[in-house]
Design a protein around this ligand. Structure first.
Ligand SMILES: [Zn+2]
Length: 112
């Protein structure tokens, strides 16, 4: 999904949540961006600036937390930071799985 389309979806979620909690305006939005996400921090910030105009998020600051990519071997439980080698380094020969670091998530909204 394009960064802009994703941010629009997030804005929709924020608006719905704000209405539910009776917020007048949102002052801070926190996102978590996986290290391997296709969208760069810059792209997300740019998209945010474009779509927040004339919305409840107009003056909200955007905080993007980085989530490191992690791989895990399902056979022996070995875990490590992301690397291109897809075989377990513990010698068990298992094929590692990517367990985190690819997602974009809305993790927090702060409003008044
Ligand atoms: Zn292993």
């Amino acid at each position: 999904m394009h960064g802009l389309a994703w941010m629009k979806e997030v804005l929709g979620e924020i608006e719905a949540a704000s209405t539910c909690s009776g917020l007048e305006k949102v002052i801070k939005v926190t996102l978590r961006r996986g290290e391997l996400s296709h969208h760069s921090q810059e792209e997300l910030e740019l998209a945010w600036d474009l779509i927040k105009k004339d919305t409840i998020c107009q003056h909200a600051i955007l905080v993007i937390e980085e989530e490191p990519a992690l791989i895990r071997c399902p056979a022996c439980g070995w875990e490590a930071g992301w690397q291109s080698d897809l075989l377990c380094c513990q010698g068990c020969g298992g094929r590692v799985e990517l367990v985190s670091g690819t997602d974009l998530q809305l993790v927090g909204i702060q409003g008044i």
